[in-house]
Every structure is written in C-alpha cells, then in structure tokens.
Design a protein around this ligand. Structure first.
Ligand SMILES: CSC[C@H]1O[C@H](OP(=O)(O)O)[C@H](O)[C@@H]1O
Ligand SMILES: Nc1ncnc2[nH]cnc12
Length: 294
C-alpha cells in the first residue's frame, strides 16, 4: 500500500458520546454484513484532517460490553474509509502508581472475554494474524504526544486485562490480575483490537483511569457513579487529545506494515473458500482478494 491520506477512526468509550471539535460533521448510517453497528458514524474534519467518530456503546450508552457488535463496528469504520483507529476507553487501575485521572497508552492485552465473536474469519475462510504487538507503535507515539499536549498526565506502556463483564470483578479476580502483571482493566478493548488487526487497521488505545477497581484496602470499591464522575473531569482532556492529535498529523500518511497483515495470514486455498464468507469480507479483506485476482 502506498502513502496516502489519513482517515482517523475514533471509538469513544464510556462518557465520550460525541466530539464537539468535528467540523462539517455529517451523521451517516453505514450498513454492514456483520449486523448493526453501535450507532451512526459522525464524519467530519479537525485541523483539516478527516475523522470518523463512533460512540462504542451508542448515544445514551445503550449497549452493554458483551452485547457490542464489535465486528460491525470495525467493519463500518473500514467501509467509511478509515486508515487507522484510536480507541478511547475508561479503565480501572490495578496499580498504585496509576491513579484515577491518569491517561495510559496501552501496549499489551490479556483477553479474558468469552462471550463475543472475535474474528471476521472462520469456516470456509481461515486467517491467523499476529497479535504479538497488538497496537500500532506509530499511532501510540502520536496519541501519547497528543495527550501530553492536551495537558494529561500520561503513562506509556501498560497491559490491559479485558474482562467479560458487565459486572465488575470480584476482589479475588482483581488480585489475580495484579499478580499476572496486568496494569489496567476494562471490558471493551477485546476483541476490538483483534478485529482492527484483522481489518488491517493500525490501532492505539488511550485508556483513562477512572478507579482502583476493588483491590485497594483504603479506597471504596468501583461503582459506575464514581467512574462517570472521574470521566466528566477527563472528558475535556480526552476531546482535546483528539484535537492535538489532528493538529500534529503530517499531511501524508506513510504506509504501515499493519496495512497489509492479511497478505500472510489467510491460509484457506482459493478453491476451498466459502463464497458467502468471502462476500461478507469485502471491506475487511477486499484489498487482498483484489490483489490475488489481479
Ligand atoms: C461505565 S463503567 C464500565 C464500562 O466502562 C468501560 O467502557 P469503555 O471501554 O467503552 O470506556 C468499561 O470497559 C466498561 O464497558
Ligand atoms: N474497574 C473496572 N473494571 C472494568 N471496567 C472498568 N471500566 C472502568 N473501570 C473499570
């Protein structure tokens, strides 16, 4: 893939249901063969760059983590022309030195979710992408710089434990995840990051710490009310992070190795391929099919 234009998809998590800085904003509903996405996409510009916003839980926070259609969400962002995805998420902290208010640029995941569709591929078209380095370093560098420019207290590098939810963790689980070396906990970055990788969309995660989960003796156990209170304080900084990101974005987007991960991931022979699944994969893997045909 050659150099080109940036189109930045932003997935807004809890407390982030709109981006006011989007200029010439238009809401569009994008159909997906993977079902209903969480909401309409809002397409617009910030500092002359193209952005596409999707509220992960839908406007009004209608959709629970286990009910999110992650495949449709990533598929519609790909269909809308996104080249890269930035995820903004609320997380609990599993570490003393990551207090509420901190912005954390996540670089690893432990996926403990179990009730979600985790791949675009499957019977009739099998693919195995690498998740060794699950986030894009270039995008993470830029989001780190942007969060700092927005005035956030930023920590770079953390392991995110993705839990199923929607209930918060028991104290024993919280302690276990700490012993595993996990740093923050949330319910949504998986399978989002896996699906972004399959869709050849470089992905970065800005996690905003809202609470200490339930492992810390002298802190009250996490409650939604406290999360939303902390998010209200942070929402401005999160929105400003997107603006700073846009301002610093170079005009040209250099190609990324993550743009072509499917070149070496699809294992099913052409004559064993299920045409119906192949058709559903038109946005996610259309580039590879076209290259193979041509
Ligand atoms: C609102 S409390 C728990 C909720 O917040 C996080 O969502 P998101 O990652 O979309 O910001 C967490 O993962 C839970 O879904
Ligand atoms: N403690 C926590 N556990 C899971 N998801 C969260 N999102 C914000 N805080 C969380």
């Amino acid at each position: 893939m050659s150099d080109g234009e940036w189109v930045i998809g932003v997935v807004g998590g809890s407390g982030l249901y709109a981006i006011d800085a989007l200029e010439n904003a238009q809401s569009i509903r994008v159909e997906s063969p993977w079902g209903e996405a969480s909401d309409e996409l809002v397409i617009g510009e910030i500092a002359g760059k193209r952005f596409v916003f999707l509220p992960r839980h839908g406007k009004g926070h209608r959709i629970s983590p286990s009910d999110l259609n992650f495949r449709a969400n990533v598929d519609v962002l790909k269909r809308a022309g996104c080249t890269d995805l930035i995820s903004l998420s609320a997380v609990g902290s599993l570490r003393e030195d990551l207090p509420p208010g901190k912005f954390v640029i996540v670089d690893q995941f432990v996926d403990r979710t179990f009730a979600r569709e985790k791949s675009f591929f499957g019977a009739g078209l099998v693919a195995h992408v690498s998740m060794a380095d699950p986030v894009c370093g270039r995008l993470s560098d830029m989001t780190e710089a942007a969060a700092k420019a927005a005035g956030a207290d930023v920590h770079r590098g953390a392991t995110y434990l993705a839990m199923e939810g929607p209930q918060f963790s028991s104290r024993a689980e919280s302690e276990l995840y700490r012993q595993w070396g996990c740093d923050v906990i949330g319910m949504t970055a998986m399978p989002e990051a896996k699906l972004a990788r399959e869709a050849e969309l470089p992905y970065a995660l800005v996690a905003m710490v809202t609470d200490y989960d339930c492992w810390r003796d002298d802190t009250a156990d996490v409650e939604v009310h406290d999360i939303l209170e902390t998010l209200q304080v942070n929402a401005g900084m999160a929105a400003q992070t997107v603006v700073e990101f846009a301002k610093a974005l170079p005009d040209e987007r250099p190609a990324s190795p993550l743009d072509t991960v499917l070149d070496h991931a699809i294992i099913t022979a052409p004559d064993a391929t299920d045409p119906a699944l192949k058709a559903k994969l038109d946005a996610v893997a259309g580039r590879v099919f076209a290259a193979r045909a041509g």
